[in-house]
Write a protein that binds this ligand. Sequence first.
Ligand code: DGI
Ligand code: FE
Ligand code: FE
Length: 191
Amino acid sequence: MERDKALQIVKEQLTERRYLHTIGVMETAIELAQNYNEDEKKAELAAIFHDYAKFRPADEMKQIIIEQNMDNRLLHYHVELWHAPVGAYLVKTEVGIKDEDILDAIKFHTSGRENMNKLEKIIYLADYIEPGRQFPGVDKARQLAKTDLDEAVLYAAKHTIEFLLSKDQSIFPDTFALYNDLIMKKEGKQL
Ligand code: DGI
Ligand code: FE
Ligand code: FE
C-alpha cells in the first residue's frame, strides 16, 4: 500500500495530535530501518498503523480480545495495552494488511515481548523516541538508537518499567520478559 493511501486511512482514526505522533513514528522507523538493514516499506506501514485502534472504545476492544481468543491476561491489565493487539487485528480485517511481520510489530508495540525481531524493536523504539516525545531521558534513548538497537530498546523498556512503578501501576509481564531477555543477552556477551 502506498504511503499516502495509508496515511489517509489512519488519519480518520486519530486526533490531529496523534496523527502528528504517527508521522513522527513513521519518519523515525524508516531511519532506523535504514540504519539497521530492515525492510523500509514494512517499517513505514507498521509505523503508520501502529496506533490505529488508539481511540476505539474500551468495550469494543474488550469484545475483540474475547472473541478473537487473544491473550486473555490483557483483560486483567491496563486498558492502554489493548490498542496494540486490537490494532493489529483491525488493521488486518478493516485495512486489509496481511503481512504478519507488520501485524506483529503493531501487536507488540506497547508491551514488547521476549525475543522481539528487528522490525518489532524498530517500531517499539520509534514510538518511544519520535521527535514529538518529550520526557527526561528521551535524548539519551535517541542517542543509543543511533548506535545500538538492543541497548536503546533495553533503555526504553527499563524506563517504561520505572515510570509505571513510580505511578503505582500494574506492569504487563511481557514488558519484564523483554527487559530480562535483553539484560540476559547482554550478560551472556559479557560473561
Ligand atoms: O500509544 P502511545 O501513547 O503512542 O504509546 P504506547 O502504545 O507505548 O502506550 C503507552 C501507554 O501505555 C503509556 O501511557 C504507558 C502505558 N503502558 C505501557 N505498558 C504498560 C502500560 N500501562 C500499564 N499500566 N502497564 C503496562 O505494562
Ligand atoms: Fe500505542
Ligand atoms: Fe504510538
